[in-house]
Design a binder for this molecule. Sequence first.
Ligand code: PSU
Ligand code: MN
Length: 302
Amino acid sequence: MGVSVRHSDEVASAIADGTPIVALESTVYSTLGLPAPQNRNALDRSVAAITQQGAVAAVTAVIEGELWCGIEPSLIDRIFSSSAKAAERDLPIAVGQRWPVGVTTVSASLAIAAASGVSVFATGGIGGVHRGYVHTADESADLGAIARHKVATVSAGAKSFLDLPATLERLETLGAPVVGWNTDTFPAFTARSSGIAIQHSISELSSLAAVVQTQLGFGRGILVANPVPVDHALDQHVHDEALTQALNQVAEQGLSGPEVTPFVLGAIAEASAGQSVPANLALLENNCRLAADLARQLTEID
Ligand code: PSU
Ligand code: MN
């Protein structure tokens, strides 16, 4: 007895006939991830990038207490205004208590994708180990989910406000391989590089697919780190100033738990005078494109 997941007609037929599919989260497209109306624009661009590369996009969410992998187009508007964040551990609550809408984080999306047999997932930047972890023990559920579920995650590394060395250490402990797409350093979301070395850089789609296929064969996941496109990286000075301001605000307001990430993302957008948003959109689109290429290549191996 597994969980029951609903699919749009388009995604249901893609599952049935083996068309490549890329799962997407919904938190990043809600008010928690990007300011309106850019969140809608971000989803349109993400879906278009996946479609152009010959794959089908499957947005995950909880709607009226049901899990969706490939939301029905008539229901998609529900996610743009939602602020009900659902991580993996919230899914049983969201279903059991019939939440009208729950926007899925990376961890929740991976659980739903895996339950639907979808092998590739794209996001912007994953969550990770927060700075000050020794005091708060705040580590995103994303990391465990990336390792545990039989799905490849494509992201522009992890967000710059995290403790990135600790994030990579945790991925190692959890047994999640990290491979760079044309990079031998870990990307830091709107920055192409954090300066932290990662061991494996891959630049051929066929070898990426072979690595992913092997790890999925173990029934487990992998992180593919794809740097933001050169022209769209956020100016480092603008970023650093905005980040310092945002982190000070978190400390002043004594924020903790699931509200930290949306707050910091919003504060960075504000403090960078909106400059972080186009970078965010560009890297999302870029990850969707690579994820679709990977999904296509995987179906060719099969
Ligand atoms: N990356 C973004 N915007 C976001 C997130 C990631 O560019 O909104 C979301 C993702 O859904 C991710 C979540 O899974 O933040 C992590 O939250 P937390 O740190 O509370 O685990
Ligand atoms: Mn947390």
